[in-house]
Ligand binder design. Structure first.
Ligand SMILES: Nc1ncnc2c1ncn2[C@@H]1O[C@H](COP(=O)(O)OP(=O)(O)O)[C@@H](O)[C@H]1O
Ligand SMILES: [Mg+2]
Length: 318
């Protein structure tokens, strides 16, 4: 393919969220894996390059948005690309904004019959009664900012006396914070790929090392801290149910292209959804690429597929 036939791809990475570094390190691998015979790649960092994106708009065929968190995964940059008429991989404005908000996602899960742990959402501007939270949800609790990823600002609270500190930390990251009933069980994640027709990938089981009391930031990113098993070694009946729940969550939140839904499988076989990621981690060893590999799609083919889905002409909903 000569240069003029190549797809002009904008690799969008970096950004302004707490997950900037995660994005930049993911982008290294993506850049390397993108097939140079197919794509002419230009890198843009929204932290400094928004005007350059706008100026270059008519020279961009498709964007690969590899941003996490605020101004990346929350619909804002997706809105910019919509306005510039540039297709991009993954979810649009509505789905991205909904999935980024853990509280609203759970409202939608509940309304769609998708099981999710009980929770209470707290606002920094209102009075908070810690005793009432513990009385309603019990212990342990997970405290999380409503709109962060990578376990940023999160804590597990086993003792009521630690609740105040956990809330103060979480409120540093967001004016809305969730207290969620801690759900004991095996942690699994379900990748989904497709547009009209959705395909659920093999599940990954996440087993953080013993020193971690949940899948926190260190457990997520420190090499060797967590064991990941793919396909997850669970009963086929449960796996089918979990993959279906992944598809249900994707549909309920109006997502597009791909997503990855985190869930807990309890001892008595119940599945509870924690959240859905619209731009899951994208290093070659991240959870979604691992699941794709187990389905026979190597990292480069996965990127090709996501770009193909972005360019599909009927890709106008959500
Ligand atoms: N209600 C819960 N019960 C048990 N573990 C939880 C719960 N909520 C979160 N966790 C743990 O915290 C991790 C991060 O939470 P999650 O809601 O997936 O947020 P994010 O991945 O966006 O930071 C999960 O992977 C899980 O290990
Ligand atoms: Mg998660």
């Amino acid at each position: 393919m000569n240069k003029k036939d190549k797809i002009k791809l904008a690799l969008v990475c970096g950004g302004r969220s707490a997950e900037r570094e995660v994005s930049l390190s993911g982008a290294e691998g993506v850049k390397e894996a993108l097939d140079r015979d197919k794509y002419d790649v230009t890198v843009y960092d929204p932290k400094s390059d928004i005007l350059r994106i706008v100026a270059d708009a008519n020279k961009i065929d498709v964007a690969f948005i590899l941003l996490h968190g605020k101004y990346g995964e929350d619909g804002t940059i997706q809105g910019l690309f919509d306005m510039l008429d540039i297709p991009y991989q993954g979810s649009g404005v509505l789905g991205s904004a909904l999935a980024m908000d853990k509280h609203l996602s759970k409202v939608v899960y509940r309304a769609s019959g998708i099981p999710t742990p009980d929770w209470i959402t707290l606002e920094s501007s209102k009075d908070i009664n810690p005793e009432e939270i513990v009385r309603k949800l019990g212990l342990p609790l997970m405290i999380k900012p409503c709109t962060q990823g990578s376990s940023v600002g999160m804590a597990r609270v086993d003792d009521a006396s630690a609740l105040g500190d956990a809330l103060r930390e979480a409120f540093k990251w967001d004016s809305r914070v969730m207290a969620e009933a801690f759900t004991k069980g095996r942690e699994i994640t379900a990748g989904v790929i497709g547009n009209r027709e959705l395909h659920a990938l093999p599940l990954v089981e996440i087993i953080p090392g013993e020193k971690y009391d949940f899948f926190d930031m260190e457990a997520k990113y420190k090499p060797g801290a967590t064991r990941e098993v793919c396909p997850a070694e669970i009963d086929e009946e449960v796996a089918v149910r979990a993959r279906n729940i992944g598809i249900m969550a994707h549909r309920a939140l109006s997502l597009r292209g791909y997503s990855r839904t985190d869930m807990i499988l309890t001892e008595d076989g119940a599945i509870k959804v924690l959240e859905t990621n619209t731009i899951p981690g994208m290093t070659p060893t991240s959870l979604f690429p691992q699941a794709a590999a187990a389905a026979g799609m190597d990292f480069s083919s996965l990127l090709d597929r996501l770009i193909e889905l972005a360019l599909e002409t009927d890709n106008t909903d959500a």
